[in-house]
Design a protein around this ligand. Sequence first.
Ligand code: MG
Length: 113
Amino acid sequence: MTFDEYQKQALTTAYTDPNYKDTMMDKTIWAMGIVGEAGEVIEKWKKMVAYNKGELTDEFVQDIKKELGDVVWYIAVLANSLGLSFEEIMQLNVKKLQDRKKRNVIKGKGDNR
Ligand SMILES: [Mg+2]
């Protein structure tokens, strides 16, 4: 499955309140969903460390896999609402990071280095 194929599939399950369709509210909900799902990842991680001695059990990894998928789903849907394909986002990200590595600034600070 390519990133764009995933994005298409994700969109088939994207629900939006008809009153919010194609509005800033829609985009805001998708953006907040990314952080909400990332919060679910870190909450499960916290509990694994706090209450399960930091043990990466198969059950834990399966739970995290689902939450990581939820994060990706929101990214795909938000990107679509901005007219961006998932593929182009991934390509841009890889290009940016490879460029930083080539210029030996991969460990530096700042978004535009
Ligand atoms: Mg979730």
